[in-house]
Design a protein around this ligand. Structure first.
Ligand SMILES: [Fe+2]
Length: 424
């Protein structure tokens, strides 16, 4: 007898406040959440831009004590998470305010988790890489204030980390990690370099496309207990609404947002798209491009991305994701051609001229070219010899791969990576 299918989906989302000047409400929101002594989690570039000082002053004006942690790493590691958590514990804070990109928000999530339910961070990392432990109750309040329009981390239950000694990226994922409140203020985007906007914007597009194309929630077996229902549920009617809106905004505004730092309308639209996609993928989940992105970002540290602070070789997350997206969606096309066409239409704003497996990959490649994305894996330093190791790394992300509408095996992944060496 086959196991019964899932019949239930859940919508959970971070309450968020969006708009120019919204950051001025940070003190009011933190106080409302009951925070009296906050760990302000950020990184040096956000401090340099003046955002950390601004938020500190806003919090202090409401009578909240602020302790600063400005050592979030751009690509967080287990060590950087542990250091932040130890500092938070010593500082006796009763809440967290993160200001920055996905790495600062993720660092605050993990510090909050470890302070609220003491254990080593590795115990909470997704199995089989880590212990897969679940927190037993809610965490201390966390107010998330993104300053890049990309990760959507303010809306999700996930924190991502790099494990260089294992040459793999993994994550910690549980509904209690979702911040209690987010403030999304387009004025904080300021003067981000075009390359940064390109990478974060393409990440947004992938979040939305992967969620929209994820295996439907009702094709999963029903879990034995609500506790075993995964945070990533698969495509469902409510996640679709958010993902579709994010795709449309990404298609309409990303080119302009990359080309002109002064185009606050386009950059604001991308920031909203990032949060919307975060709600969508925080519910439905991401799959093949994100599974491949983990080893692509984790295996080699050679690529020095233009537009980022010099001397720190790494593959920006959005670029590690987008390079395999065309091949991934060519591979999944047969599972649901109509939904693939729909994603292409949302991105281009036009009906698909020649329906088929290349319609969506072509739309993505056109966007990648226009926003200066790397052409493919070869440009990031990878060759044929690296494929077995990359396949291995992607296969470790079973939590994501099971969400693909057509599940790839090792040979499929090898072919897909080969096809992603140069997308044009
Ligand atoms: Fe992502």
């Amino acid at each position: 007898m086959s196991s019964p299918r899932e019949t239930i989906f859940t919508l959970e989302a971070t309450p968020f406040k969006f708009g120019a000047g919204a950051v001025d409400d940070a003190g009011w929101e933190a106080k409302r959440l009951g925070i009296t002594r906050a760990l302000l989690v950020t990184d040096p570039s956000v401090v340099a831009a003046g955002h950390a000082d601004r938020v500190r002053a806003i919090l202090e004006a409401e009578g909240i004590d602020v302790v600063l942690w400005d050592r979030s790493r751009v690509e967080p590691t287990l060590e950087s998470f542990r250091a932040a958590a130890a500092f938070a514990r010593e500082s006796s804070v009763d809440g967290f305010v993160s200001v920055g990109g996905g790495s600062s928000i993720d660092t605050a999530k993990v510090a909050d988790l470890v302070v609220s339910h003491p254990a080593d961070a590795m115990d909470y990392v997704n199995a089989p890489v880590g212990g897969g432990r679940k927190p037993t109750g809610p965490l201390l309040p966390h107010l998330a204030i993104p300053t890049t329009g990309g990760s959507g981390s303010e809306a999700t239950t996930v924190a991502v980390l790099d494990l260089p000694e294992l040459k793999v990226k993994s994550g910690i994922s549980h509904r209690y990690l979702r911040p209690a409140q987010a403030i999304v203020d387009p004025e904080l985007l300021g003067t981000l370099a075009g390359e940064v906007v390109s990478a974060t914007g393409l990440d947004v597009v992938c979040h939305a496309a992967e969620s929209f194309l994820a295996r439907p929630f009702d094709s999963r077996p029903r879990p034995g207990s609500p506790d075993d229902r995964p945070p990533y549920q698969g495509a469902n009617p409510v996640a679709d609404v958010w993902s579709a809106e994010a795709l449309e905004r990404g298609g309409r505004h990303l080119r302009r947002a990359v080309a002109d730092a002064g185009d606050l309308e386009a950059r604001g639209a991308m920031m909203l798209a990032a949060t919307m996609a975060g709600v969508g993928f925080g519910s439905a989940g991401v799959h093949i491009p994100h599974a491949c992105a983990y080893p692509i970002a984790g295996l080699k540290h050679e690529y020095v991305p233009p537009g980022y602070p010099a001397g720190h070789p790494f593959v920006p997350h959005g670029h590690s994701v987008i390079v395999t997206a065309p091949a991934a969606f060519r591979f999944t096309y047969a599972a649901d051609p109509e939904r693939h066409h729909r994603v292409a239409e949302l991105l281009t704003g036009e009906p698909v001229a020649s329906p088929g497996p290349d319609a969506l990959p072509d739309a993505l490649i056109a966007l990648m070219r226009d926003v200066g994305a790397p052409r493919g894996l070869a440009e990031l330093g990878y060759g044929e010899d690296d494929i077995p190791t990359l396949v291995d790394g992607a296969l470790r992300q079973q939590r994501l791969l099971v969400l693909a509408p057509r599940e790839p095996d090792a040979d499929d992944l090898a072919q897909l990576l080969r096809d992603s060496m140069a997308n044009w």
